[in-house]
Design a protein around this ligand. Structure first.
Ligand code: CMC
Length: 460
């Protein structure tokens, strides 16, 4: 068969800053500018493509499309590199603390001691929830998933804080940003307390962000709660490791929601909804469920093969990543942290052993090697949280608490981007051509298309 020529093709010109797009059907060519960032791939700037050519690009899942420019986070997926404002993630996880990392992501530089004190102090001014908001919780079922409660309560903040809704006002934007970061641990911990029928503990501003999170999760008014510094450090590190990850699904959701001028509380609620999915932040919960299902080392082989079966939807949860085609650098730190925490707690968790054996087995399997599927951050985070006593349903909540600063930093950056426009993707229409309306009494039945299944996409 002769080699089929693509209808249009983009070729990098000898001039590295331009590309020539040629329509092979008509022979017409157009020059498109190139873009390069500080690091990373070259890009074709196709902003003017449609206007100049009437041609659209097709890229489901944005696998080849940069939706914005950003200064916040850099990922080199082939080499397992993750930098926040230029700092490697392992250096931040080992030397920084979560508040400092929040400042770095939001404001671009590591804070001076005074800036850190100011920022910390301001966040602490906003840890309490309006008393009326705490009443919302009683409207939820006790069995509600805490992520469902988070989506609702964070979205509802916009019904309370009218003093920080004007996104054109810098002070209101800052107030909303600090407020959301400050309240997330309180909102998350209360979702858990509510499910347990336990009273809501007050935030304690004498504690660090992570210590306070621990005490709101695990203290009860009947006895004194002693904070284990090792656990507080592990939580802090976990939050740092989740703080940002450039244009992932939930961050892109926040940006898309924010691009219409929506208020920051609503934008973050949309990010929480997106994060909840098992292909994204819900994976940490799914990893533990999968390890339970695998049960013991003898069954690993069966599950590794099941994950390769094209007729089976099962995937090894905690493996694979859209960007990393090498070990996720967050997983490396999380793995170390996991061992430390289990050692300190004196826990000999067979799940960790099972996880390590699964990792070993998958990493030597030709399917996982060929597709470059490595453990991601979620593979070990669930084991740490389980060891600390977090219920499985709270794993994604912890991810959301950490990621909030990333969402807010991207929202902040987007608002001052002079190229920012309302997000409005186009589509490849594959539906019916124009049809003539047929009255209902003249429509026949289709024998093969009965029941609801086919209407919802069932194949047979
Ligand atoms: N187990 C088995 N096969 C897999 C897996 C997996 N975990 N992940 C990807 N594949 C296969 C997939 O079937 C596909 O095969 P083929 O080329 O034959 O169709 C190929 O690898 C490429 O997968 P993809 O779905 O096209 O890749 P993607 O970039 O769209 O998806 C992912 C990335 C993370 C959604 C996917 O790897 C996945 O579903 N992993 C399991 C869920 C998970 O751990 N998610 C957490 C991601 S990290 C935390 C976060 O940022 O949220």
């Amino acid at each position: 068969m002769p080699e089929q020529k693509p209808v249009t093709e983009a070729v990098a010109d000898a001039n590295p800053d331009t590309f020539t797009i040629t329509d092979n059907k008509t022979g017409k060519s157009w020059e498109m500018p190139g873009r390069t960032g500080t690091m990373g791939n070259r890009l074709i700037d196709i902003k003017s493509l449609y206007g100049k050519t009437g041609i659209l690009t097709y890229d489901p899942g944005f696998t080849s499309t940069a939706s914005c420019k950003s200064d916040i986070t850099y990922i080199d997926g082939a080499n397992g590199v993750l930098l926040h404002r230029g700092y490697p993630i392992d250096e931040l996880a080992n030397n920084s603390d979560f508040m400092e990392t929040c400042y770095l992501l939001l404001y671009g530089d590591l804070p001076t001691p005074e800036q850190k004190l100011d920022f910390d102090g301001d966040i602490k001014q906003h840890t309490l929830l309006h008393d009326q908001i705490t009443k919302f919780y009683t409207g939820f079922m006790r069995s509600a998933h805490p992520m469902a409660i988070m989506v609702g309560v964070v979205g509802a903040l916009s019904a309370f804080y009218h003093d920080s809704m004007d996104i054109t006002d810098i002070d209101e934007r800052r107030l909303a940003a600090h407020r959301i970061i400050a309240k997330m641990p309180t909102i998350g911990a209360y979702a858990y307390k509510y499910s347990q029928g336990l009273p809501f503990p007050m935030p304690r501003n004498d504690l660090s962000y992570s210590e306070n999170l621990l005490q709101m999760m695990f203290s009860n008014p009947a006895e004194e709660y002693k904070i284990d510094p090792v656990l507080a450090k592990a939580i802090d590190r976990l939050l740092i490791l989740h703080a940002d990850h450039e244009q992932n699904a939930s961050t892109s959701t926040v940006r898309l929601a924010g691009s219409s001028g929506a208020n920051p509380y609503a934008c973050v609620a949309s990010g929480i909804a997106s994060l909840w999915g098992p292909a994204h932040g819900g994976a940490n919960e799914a990893v533990l469920k999968m390890l339970d299902e695998i049960g013991s080392k003898e069954n690993i082989e069966k599950f590794v093969k099941k994950a390769q079966d094209p007729g089976d939807n099962f995937r090894l949860m905690g493996f694979g990543h859209r960007v990393y085609k090498s070990y996720d650098p967050r997983a490396t730190v999380m793995r170390e942290s996991c061992h430390e925490v289990l050692k300190v707690l004196g826990i000999n968790d067979p799940k960790l052993e099972l996880a390590m054996e699964l990792e070993r087995r998958a990493l030597e399997d030709p399917y996982f090697i060929e597709k470059k599927l490595y453990p991601n951050v979620d593979f070990y985070s669930g084991i740490i949280m389980k060891a600390m006593g977090f219920p499985t349903s709270m794993f994604t909540v912890m991810f959301a608490i950490g990621r909030t600063v990333g969402w807010i930093s991207h929202w902040k950056e987007m608002l001052v981007d002079d190229e920012q426009k309302i997000g409005r993707p186009r589509q490849l229409y594959q539906g019916e051509d124009k049809r003539v309306y047929v009255p209902i009494d003249r429509r026949g039945h289709t024998e093969t298309k009965t029941g609801w299944g086919w209407l919802w996409g069932k194949k047979s």
